[in-house]
Design a protein around this ligand. Structure first.
Ligand SMILES: [Zn+2]
Length: 238
């Protein structure tokens, strides 16, 4: 019977065990992210911003910090407007003072990977490296770590989402694509925002293009004329 009993011993399935650990870790991070987001929104409401009742819009600028980012910060400061910057880690390492100025300007800094790859084409270790190197670069430059990730090209799947969550990052895409990188035309970029914006919109722009920076003052004026409140993505209603 002893032998039979030995045969019947349940050996923990290593794969099932690993999956259980991953799921538990992910749940802890997802909970932490949800709480940090709820906290941001509560702070927003305390400061008089409630996107559940107001018409909010989030301008987002990808791929910097770059040569044009400083000029964009001046435009936003002049307009008393806030935005979200999805920064590329290696650009932060090259221009840490600009990344710091983004945060000091009251904007939200977010993760856009280390060097802009298609994340779904990378293995787990390489994805983690892209996210964590960028987190470190931003933390070193600004003293704060991002809680949002925008995958380059919007290229994301369940595996990348899970890896992002476990790196403490919530995936944030967009609903209004200005195609500013394609047209490189300030008037056209401004026109597209005005034509397509709706309450809760997340507007995709790129601060590496001078034509985009040229469009921003007009975009802010147009949105405010329509009663929109400009917010960072953490303040948008769920
Ligand atoms: Zn990008």
């Amino acid at each position: 019977m002893l032998d039979a009993g030995a045969d019947g011993v349940v050996v923990p399935d290593a794969v099932a065990l690993r999956d259980a650990v991953v799921a538990a870790t992910e749940a802890v991070w997802a909970d932490r992210l949800a709480r940090s987001l709820a906290e941001s929104r509560a702070q927003g409401r305390a400061a008089g911003v409630d996107c559940a009742v107001e018409r909010c819009v989030a301008l987002t600028f990808d791929d910097g910090p770059d040569a044009e980012t400083g000029r964009l910060l001046e435009v936003l400061a002049e307009k008393h407007a806030t935005a979200t910057f999805f920064v590329v880690g290696r650009n932060v390492a090259a221009r840490p003072q600009v990344a710091r100025a983004v945060v000091e300007g009251g904007h939200l800094v977010a993760n856009h990977t280390w060097d802009h790859p298609r994340l779904t084409t990378l293995d787990d270790a390489a994805v983690r490296d892209q996210l964590e190197r960028t987190q470190s670069a931003v933390r070193d430059a600004t003293g704060t770590a991002p809680t949002f990730l925008r995958p380059p090209y919007g290229d994301v799947d369940d595996r990348v989402r899970s890896l992002a969550t476990r790196a403490g990052l919530r995936v944030e895409l967009w609903d209004l694509d200005t195609q500013d990188w394609r047209t490189r035309d300030a008037e056209e970029t401004r026109r597209r925002v005005a034509a397509q914006v709706r309450p809760g919109s997340v507007v995709l722009l790129h601060d590496i293009h001078g034509s985009t920076v040229d469009a921003v003052a007009g975009i802010v004026d147009d949105l405010r004329r329509e009663g929109y409140r400009l917010v960072t993505v953490d303040l948008l209603a769920p």
